[in-house]
Design a protein around this ligand. Structure first.
Ligand code: NAP
Length: 251
């Protein structure tokens, strides 16, 4: 029987985060659904509640320290002390290096790295007090290098180093930290990429599926399933790992 915990999922209004939030709720946890606005997060909360779960919509920009503090106060008050955190909020600002602006670099670093740092720093205190914690950070196969994504691949590789360090520092307190590196997942983010490169989303999906060993693209639930494993009680001896969920092997 899974013990009911309080989980936070960032960027959970849509895409992977929404599926992760719903899966953790189905696993019996109370879920703080964090996104840029509480209004945007509400649809995920409604879906969780309709399925019999408990959730709270929280508006916060994860790269803003004051907003993160306010979000934690709201979560503590509304759900209790969080001991599962999924750092999923993310953005892309793709460009070839010679065209990439400093703003495009800084924004991507801020949301992925500063955001994961601020959220995890605020959460670890509660995990240490509870003697239990699960930190799950979203990287990407782009961490291995991807044309047009110097900013994003650097941030996603950074997430891996950050997480391995958390595993070293927090293991003795019952806290694990792991990374999931999705390949192509069918979400609004990849739909936006299709639009940017000038193909339909269906054409993009078909081309990627052809190149993927399992013969299909990923769905948000594929990632939610992996998160559910890392968040589980039984995964306490698995920490500092990077799991690529990409329909094929990645190094
Ligand atoms: P998505 O559909 O774009 O959803 C991301 C969510 O995060 C959006 O609701 C977005 O809000 C929110 N967000 C953005 N900046 C935020 C901030 N500063 N604070 C709080 N929330 C913020 O993306 P996704 O495809 O589900 O991706 C989720 C995660 O998986 C990301 O970390 C992404 O890099 C990673 N990933 C995705 C894929 C893929 O193929 N989809 C592959 C590898 C890794 P707005 O819509 O208002 O910006």
């Amino acid at each position: 029987m899974t013990e009911s915990r309080v989980a936070i999922v960032t960027g959970a209004a849509q895409g992977i985060g929404a599926a992760v939030a719903q899966r953790l709720a189905a696993d019996g946890h109370k879920v703080a659904v964090v996104d840029l606005s509480a209004d945007a997060a509400q649809a995920t909360v409604d879906a969780i509640e309709a399925a019999g779960g408990t959730a709270l919509a929280v508006g916060a920009d994860v790269s803003d320290a004051d907003a993160v503090d306010a979000a934690f106060a709201q979560i503590l008050d509304g759900l209790g002390a969080p001991t599962i955190v999924v750092n999923n909020a993310g953005i892309i600002r793709d460009n070839l290096l010679f065209k990439m602006t400093v703003d495009e670099w800084d924004l991507v670093m801020a949301v992925h790295l500063r955001g994961a740092f601020l959220m995890t720093k605020a959460a670890q205190k509660h995990m240490i007090e509870a003697g239990f914690g699960r930190i799950i950070n979203l990287s990407s196969t782009s961490a291995l290098g991807n044309r047009g994504q110097a900013n994003y691949s650097a941030a996603k590789a950074g997430i891996q180093g950050f997480t391995k360090t958390l595993a070293l520092e927090l293991g003795k307190f019952g806290v694990t930290a792991n990374v999931i590196g999705p390949g192509f997942i069918q979400t609004p983010m990849t739909a936006a990429t299709a639009e940017r490169i000038g193909v339909t989303f269906d054409e993009f999906i078909e081309a990627v599926a052809k190149d993927t060993p399992v013969g299909r693209v990923g769905q948000p639930d594929d990632i939610a399933h992996a998160v559910s494993f890392f968040a589980s009680e039984g995964a306490g001896y698995v920490t500092g790992q990077v799991l690529y969920v990409a329909g094929g092997p990645k190094a």
